[in-house]
Design a protein around this ligand. Structure first.
Ligand SMILES: Nc1ncnc2c1ncn2[C@@H]1O[C@H](COP(=O)(O)OP(=O)(O)O)[C@@H](O)[C@H]1O
Ligand SMILES: [Mg+2]
Ligand SMILES: [Zn+2]
Ligand SMILES: [Zn+2]
Length: 324
């Protein structure tokens, strides 16, 4: 096994809500080496998402230490963390969080914008990433022209496009049917076979078994950590996966969850989110979820994902969501 890419030492997380305190993590130790595929499993509310957000530098622990690629990130400021995320971490979510008005290629290219590559190099990287997830023939399709499994593959391509050292997936099959879930787990296994480090959070025991190592979390603590003989999705099953996709025209895709809604709907019938969002607003929402900087609506200066006011001109950053 290779070098340690992710180290969590004595991590605690306490949320304060009014007078009440929620102990989401109660001292978690976890080390993940380069090339591992690990499932973190446990019932709803046991702290899985909290743990993944801390591992991905989207959130800070109350106490404890996080190392990414051997570097202690605990004391880093927001800008340094944004750089670490962009370079080292790829995120995949249960609700795919794709830009609804953009095709697969433009969705995959989002994280490249601040990596210093030219547009042309970025395009090439995005095409390679889409080919790696078996979507070479779907690059110009928009989310509403793709099946659920294919949308999650676009999200996977976006997560790998910067060649991060580690991919973090929070319930990546939670919105998919059984067959699409198998396909997505098969893709993740393939990517792992090519040397990528992958951490999957799931409450589903069957999904957890696609990884070779299962860490069990219960009530904010690791209660088991073991190696297993993982279930493997055969290549031939992936090759014919998701080939026949029929989509009705005029459907509106939710920015938050990618659900295809009826043409005249105002709110997403899957998650309740407004369907009347501009492309700029959807881009802001998604950039936040990926932990990327957000341009100020007034002056264009890049701000950290959850900034309240622009660091350059003081404009409320909420306006990035109101504008349009
Ligand atoms: N932002 C938050 N504010 C307050 N409590 C939170 C917050 N996020 C999570 N929690 C609480 O922390 C615990 C762990 O939540 P979470 O990490 O989302 O669990 P899981 O992903 O395993 O379902 C839960 O009790 C949850 O209600
Ligand atoms: Mg969760
Ligand atoms: Zn939705
Ligand atoms: Zn500004």
């Amino acid at each position: 096994m290779g070098q340690k890419v992710l180290e969590l030492h004595k991590i605690t997380k306490v949320y304060t809500m009014g007078d009440a305190q929620v102990y989401a993590l109660k001292g978690v130790d976890l080390e993940i080496s380069a090339g591992e595929m690990v499932s973190i499993m446990g019932p709803s509310g046991c702290g899985k998402s909290t743990l993944l957000h801390i591992a991905g530098c989207l959130d800070k622990p109350t106490s404890g230490m996080v190392r990414i690629g051997g570097k202690d990130v605990t004391a880093m400021d927001d800008n340094q963390l944004a750089r670490i995320r962009n370079r080292h971490i790829g995120f995949i979510f249960q609700t795919f969080n794709l830009l609804p008005h953009e095709n697969a290629l433009n969705n995959v290219i989002v994280p490249i914008q601040y990596s210093g590559l030219s547009r042309k190099q970025g395009m090439e990287a995005a095409k390679r990433a889409l080919q790696a997830v078996g979507l070479g023939d779907r690059m110009y399709h928009r989310p509403n022209e793709l099946s659920g499994g294919q949308r999650q593959r676009v999200a996977i391509a976006r997560a790998i496009v910067n060649e991060p050292s580690i991919i973090l997936a929070d319930e990546p099959t939670g919105s998919l049917d059984w067959q699409s879930s198998r396909e997505v787990m098969g893709i993740l296994q393939r990517l792992n076979g090519q040397g990528r480090t992958i951490v999957i959070v799931t409450h589903d025991r069957e999904i957890a078994r696609y990884a070779r190592r299962i860490v069990e979390l219960r009530d904010g603590k690791v209660i088991a950590d073991r190696k297993i003989d993982s279930v493997v999705v055969p290549d031939r099953e992936l090759e014919r996966a998701g080939k026949d996709v029929r989509v009705r025209p005029g459907l509106q895709v939710c920015v938050r969850c990618s659900y295809a809604n009826r043409p005249r709907a105002r709110f997403c019938s899957n998650c309740g989110f407004s369907l009347r969002v501009t492309p700029e607003q959807s881009s802001t929402i998604i950039r936040r979820m990926l932990g990327m900087t957000i341009p100020c609506p007034a002056c264009g200066t890049n701000n950290r994902p959850f900034a309240k006011f622009c660091i350059n001109c003081g404009e409320p950053m909420e306006n990035a969501l109101k504008a349009g």
